[in-house]
Design a protein around this ligand. Structure first.
Ligand SMILES: O=P(O)(O)O[C@@H]1[C@@H](OP(=O)(O)O)[C@H](OP(=O)(O)O)[C@H](O)[C@H](OP(=O)(O)O)[C@H]1OP(=O)(O)O
Ligand SMILES: Nc1ncnc2c1ncn2[C@@H]1O[C@H](COP(=O)(O)OP(=O)(O)OP(=O)(O)O)[C@@H](O)[C@H]1O
Length: 434
């Protein structure tokens, strides 16, 4: 998850004002211009609904600013430790809905959902990224929006995210633990687990799971492929080669920082640790949990649910929406170089509620398209010369197969070649900060 812009290019000054609860740990951050100068938001990444900023602090400027304040105003946590604490966090700010059909989910609604629905479903906070809501001054939002427009003009934003800006009426943002790796001591990979359990609307003889069927369908429509993971069911399969293949592809898709020459030397060990972790270790626990929740919460599927006399009950609707959230969440895996298998940390993020009637129509249309187009069963009509997408683990035999080990060897070679190229260009600008 590389930062898009260099620190010197980040013009936005954070003006975070008090949280809702005055006893909270970060009161009045950056409420004076001097303090604001000590805190800067640096664009890290964005998705469809949020922009995430890394918080950069300057402890010297911060102390100076605090000293300038009248003694009576310097209270509570208004000290250096506040400054140190927020620099390990990222700030997630919500985007304005792009179309009138999209429903807006505020930071408060997202945080309430996390606490009231997600945490109880997952059995607590163990797997969640530690986070807390903070009040954000409207001037921060408008400054960030100016910066987003500027970076769009400079071509620094992903094409698919252009024209989206932050919601100006939003009063809060979410401070979260920064899951990024630290060059030299750890790296982070991120993936969406997607549909770990089969779609209840697909036939029993399906040769593709929901994720692979959608990727195959979109592939022919010239749209972006679904996520980075090829077949998520590989991750909850019965043979370590399935996990190994999926992890290798995920590692490669994440593009480990080019200065991380350690990966070049230790790729086989890293792959072995991550395979063990996800095939039979703690990583498997969370993936199995997500798979079970997806299955329990959506036993019928949108097509059958909508076809019921009287439609869906409100409980069925809530369960389906929650299942969709657990399919579209992001898994962050941090690997500490000096700790190996013992030090792998996993957290799940982007667990926002899926709301709005248009989402239901969209899910229903996708499902119907997959069924009627023969995408689940692998009997779709292909245009001449078009290769069939057979990457799904349902298509391939689930037992250990030559095909898997050959594919792993091929991918190892490709990945090593990528790393070789990256290593050689280490002295280039992109890598010079490593
Ligand atoms: O339709 P899918 O399966 O491609 O999933 C959408 C995601 O696409 P991707 O993971 O890239 O394939 C899509 O992700 P991106 O915007 O492509 O990063 C969204 O997460 C979308 O959810 P929402 O509309 O933001 O609530 C996701 O839509 P939902 O299906 O979760 O409603
Ligand atoms: N806690 C975190 N630490 C480090 N990076 C993060 C963190 N949370 C989010 N990110 C980065 O910001 C990106 C966008 O965040 P997030 O997935 O929450 O946005 P989104 O708009 O909800 O995404 P989507 O398009 O999937 O709905 C992530 O893909 C990730 O690269």
């Amino acid at each position: 998850m590389p930062s898009k812009y260099g620190p010197e290019e980040a013009p936005v000054i954070a003006l975070l004002s008090e949280t809702e609860n005055p006893q909270e740990i970060i009161p009045y951050i950056g409420s004076s211009p001097a303090e604001s100068l000590a805190i800067r938001l640096e664009y890290l990444a964005e998705g469809g609904a949020n922009v995430v900023y890394q918080i950069r602090t300057d402890p010297v400027k911060w102390s100076r600013a605090v000293l300038q304040r009248p003694l009576s105003a310097v209270k509570g946590h208004r000290d250096a430790s506040t400054c140190e604490r927020i620099q390990d966090e990222v700030l997630r700010l919500r985007k304005a809905p792009g179309s009138s059909k999209q429903s807006y989910v505020s930071t408060t609604a997202a945080e309430d959902y996390l606490e009231d629905v997600i945490a109880p479903s997952l059995g607590g906070h163990e797997w969640l990224i530690p986070s807390r809501k903070i009040r954000v001054h409207p001037r921060v939002i408008s400054a960030c929006n100016k910066e987003l427009i500027l970076h769009q003009a400079l071509g620094n934003r992903p094409d698919s995210r252009e024209h989206s800006i932050l919601e100006e009426s939003e009063l809060f943002g979410l401070l979260m633990e920064d899951m990024s790796g630290i060059r030299g001591s750890s790296f982070t990979i991120q993936f969406k687990p997607k549909w770990l359990s089969h779609s209840p609307n697909a036939s029993k003889s399906a040769r593709r799971c929901r994720t692979c069927a959608l990727r195959a369908m979109r592939g022919t429509e010239g749209m972006a492929p679904v996520g980075e993971v090829q077949c998520p069911r590989n991750l909850v399969g019965d043979h370590p080669d399935n996990s190994r293949l999926e992890i290798l592809q995920t590692l490669r898709a994440n593009g480990i920082p080019c200065a991380e020459s350690k990966l070049r030397e230790r790729l086989p060990d890293v792959l072995q640790d991550l395979t063990e972790y996800f095939y039979s270790g703690k990583g498997r626990t969370i993936l199995d949990k997500l798979a079970a929740l997806q299955e329990q919460l959506d036993p019928l599927g949108i097509v059958k649910l909508r076809a019921q006399p009287g439609g869906m009950s409100s409980q069925q609707l809530k369960d389906l929406q929650l299942a969709m959230t657990f399919r579209d969440c992001s898994v962050y895996v941090r690997y500490h170089w000096d700790k190996g298998l013992e030090g792998i940390e996993t957290r799940v993020g982007d667990l926002d509620p899926k709301v709005g009637e248009s989402k239901l129509d969209e899910w229903h249309d996708i499902e119907m398209g997959l069924i009627q187009g023969g995408w689940y069963d692998g009997i779709e009509e292909l245009s001449q010369g078009q290769a069939q997408d057979t990457k799904c683990s349902l298509w391939n035999p689930p037992q250990p197969s030559k095909r898997y080990s050959e594919r792993i060897d091929e991918l190892m070679k490709d990945f090593n070649a990528d790393l070789e190229v990256a290593y050689k260009s280490r002295s280039s600008d992109e890598c010079s900060d490593g």
